[in-house]
Design a protein around this ligand. Structure first.
Ligand code: SR1
Ligand code: MG
Length: 421
């Protein structure tokens, strides 16, 4: 069981800094073995996320990353306390993801629960995918690799594949992660649709924001999705799979930062991922002028690949690894019946959830607390508002039409031509 922040404080939790790190972690065998003697370590703090400290530690033999949770939200400050135990869940999520999709996440070298820190493989020369997309850099096989990751983690973390007792024990373990999902429950699903204290949006968007908040059907659907997010434990989800949670080179990638992991709906991760690819798409006119179209089309191709790879891999796992209590062969193949229509029906439900989550994530990144650099880096606020408005309008259409499974890329092209403000 994860210890809470107070218990950890009782065991001497203290935030690291570049000076104290070699002294305090010098005795960690896994680090010295990997990078060499502590006396020769060089330490840089590189965290630019919303929550944690992240250090790159280099020695004569190599480098590692040390990620340490802070007892508050870094983005906001110590007025918003946050349990250190998120590091425990990140550790448990990383080792599960490594089993369910080998090679997809950094290798964990050491975990210290009381210090809320994980020492892991330094993924280099990879950079944060969001930065590559803003810079117009392609990643070969991006959508296919991420679609497969989502399918493997979704399928193998569910009772389609896992023994029921083990899955239920895991659900119980992750149910201890309360405050972190609460961030998503508020910032993602609820705050965009009300004037919450920490919200902000670009000047010029008021009329559109008013229309979204005035749409009771839209809010009903967002709340229905929240109910499924909070109570449907289909599989272990990453929980925060945006383009800042992926590190990439031109032909390789790793998924990082699963501290928001919980058991939840299978469509959640692909929905959030596709939303962030769409925000990269809609922001391109500001980053790639005068001709954003070629890179925008490449992004849309990756979105198609995410869905295709997810569904192809899911079908493959359905045929080859369906050993859990759900949809057993005893009910289908053993009685001479094809189970693939059941698989296709499930995939349609997953896609409906994904499209709904996608629309909600497109809203929260422009209206709630944590915005995306894709739009935030646009200094011209009139241009930013115009591009964010396209994104907001498409998000609303996705939420309202998800059950009809609209063609995401056609919808994106169409909204890219409109000016809703
Ligand atoms: C207060 S945390 C804000 C956001 O940062 C994380 O990466 C999650 O996306 C969260 O919603
Ligand atoms: Mg993160």
């Amino acid at each position: 069981m994860a210890m809470d922040a107070e218990a950890a404080a009782g065991q001497g939790y203290a935030a690291l800094d570049p000076d104290s790190l070699p002294r305090r972690l010098g005795g960690v065998r896994a680090m010295a073995d990997r990078i060499g003697p502590p006396a020769e370590w060089r330490v840089r703090e590189v965290g630019d996320g919303n929550l944690n400290l992240v250090f790159i530690v280099e020695g004569p033999l190599g480098s590692v990353v040390v990620k340490q949770a802070l007892p508050y939200v870094r983005l906001v400050g110590d007025s918003w306390p946050l349990p250190l135990y998120r590091s425990f869940f990140e550790y448990h999520a990383l080792i599960r993801q490594a089993r369910r999709d080998p090679g997809s996440v950094p290798e964990v070298l050491h975990f210290d629960e009381a210090q809320a820190l994980i020492v892991m493989e330094h993924i280099a020369p990879h950079v944060i995918l969001r930065r590559k997309l803003i810079a117009g850099e392609r990643v070969a096989g991006l959508g296919e690799r991420l679609g497969r990751f989502c399918a493997r983690t979704a399928f193998r973390g569910s009772e389609l594949a896992m023994p029921s007792a083990r899955k239920k024990a895991d659900v119980a373990l992750f149910a201890g992660n309360v405050e972190i999902p609460a961030i998503t429950e508020a910032l993602v699903f609820t705050d965009p649709y009300r004037p919450a204290p920490m919200n902000r949006h670009t000047e010029g968007l008021d009329p559109l924001v008013g229309r979204l908040r005035g749409d009771a059907e839209l809010k009903r659907r967002a709340q229905r999705m929240l109910m499924r997010f909070a109570s449907n434990t289909e599989t272990m989800i990453h929980g925060d799979l945006h383009t800042g949670s992926i590190m990439a080179t031109d032909d390789d990638l790793r998924v990082i930062d699963p501290e928001f992991a919980q058991y939840g709906p299978m469509g959640f991760d692909i929905g959030m991922l596709v939303a962030n690819l769409l925000m990269a798409y809609f922001s391109q006119p500001a980053h790639r002028a005068p001709d954003p179209a070629p890179f925008q089309e490449w992004i849309l191709g990756q979105i198609t690949a995410v869905f295709d790879a997810f569904e192809d891999e899911f079908r493959h796992l359905w045929r080859t690894e369906r050993g859990g209590m759900l949809y057993p062969a005893a009910l289908f193949e053993d009685q001479g019946q094809d189970s693939m229509p059941a698989c296709e029906a499930l995939l349609r439900e997953i896609r409906t959830d994904a499209l709904t989550v996608c629309g909600i994530e497109m809203h929260r990144r422009c209206l709630s607390l944590a915005h995306n650099a894709d739009f935030e880096d646009i200094a011209d606020t009139a241009l930013r508002a115009r591009l964010e408005a396209r994104n907001l309008a498409m998000g609303a259409e996705l939420i309202l039409t998800a059950e009809a499974l609209p063609d995401v890329t056609a919808l994106a092209r169409s909204h890219n031509e409109r000016n809703p403000i």
